[in-house]
Design a protein around this ligand. Structure first.
Ligand code: GAR
Length: 207
């Protein structure tokens, strides 16, 4: 059974999707053992507590730079004996001291079709604002491995939604969450825990 550690910063609807999926027995060979939050006020912490999952808060604000913050995260991940780390609405970019040690063991959900609308500065609602501003006709979400470059690791799963003429960033965000993120993130987590994702030439394949 693999130890899954989930990193969060906000509302935690993706964390909730993972909790519900685990409760339904859909995460094969994995268990959420800890939730780490960068934000002491994140509602995600309440979701974890309600599900009986232990929580740790490592406030981003208490650290000057990304390297010292990442070192604190790394120490906690080691302590938790994490087999898989899931970034579920985690709004901090991790330094390579974490991404190298946990290479191909960190999964992120990004609310756009990578390589569009991604990279530094593209997070949360901003991603959807930019997609609508550009006028794309489909958007979606990407589940990918995390490496040292923001949103650039191997893609595991992607799903799409259509964009409607009267969409607002909030409406689009919700459509992508409901139709793609909350389904594909638990699916990718289960595939990882079942050892069904392999890496060939830097790309991820589901076997
Ligand atoms: C989700 O839409 C997630 O894809 C996005 O933030 C939201 C968090 O919601 N993540 C990023 O933008 C990371 N670059 P949640 O806290 O309700 O899961």
């Amino acid at each position: 059974m693999k130890n899954i550690v989930v990193l969060v910063s906000g509302g935690g609807t993706n964390l909730q999707a993972l909790i519900d999926s685990e409760a339904r027995g859909e995460i094969k060979n994995g268990k959420i053992t800890c939730v780490i939050s960068s934000n002491p006020d994140a509602y995600a912490l309440e979701r974890a507590a309600k599900a009986g999952i232990s929580t740790v808060v490592i406030p981003r604000k208490e650290f000057g730079d990304s390297v010292s913050y990442s070192k604190a995260i790394l120490a906690e991940l080691d302590k938790q004996k994490a087999d898989l780390i899931v970034l579920a609405g985690f709004m901090t970019i991790l330094d390579k001291c974490v991404t190298e040690k946990y290479s191909y063991k960190i999964i992120n959900v990004h609310p756009a079709l990578i390589p569009s609308f991604c990279g530094e500065g593209f997070y949360g609602l901003k991603v959807h604002e930019k997609a609508l501003e550009y006028g794309v006709k489909v958007s979606g979400a990407t589940i990918h491995f995390v490496n040292e470059e923001a949103d650039a690791g191997a893609i595991i799963l992607q799903g799409t939604v259509n964009i409607e003429n009267d969409d607002t960033p909030e409406v689009l965000q919700r459509r992508i969450m409901e139709n793609v993120e909350w389904k594909l993130l638990p699916k990718a987590v289960s595939l990882f825990c079942e050892d069904r994702i392999s890496i060939r030439n830097g790309k991820a394949y589901v076997d």
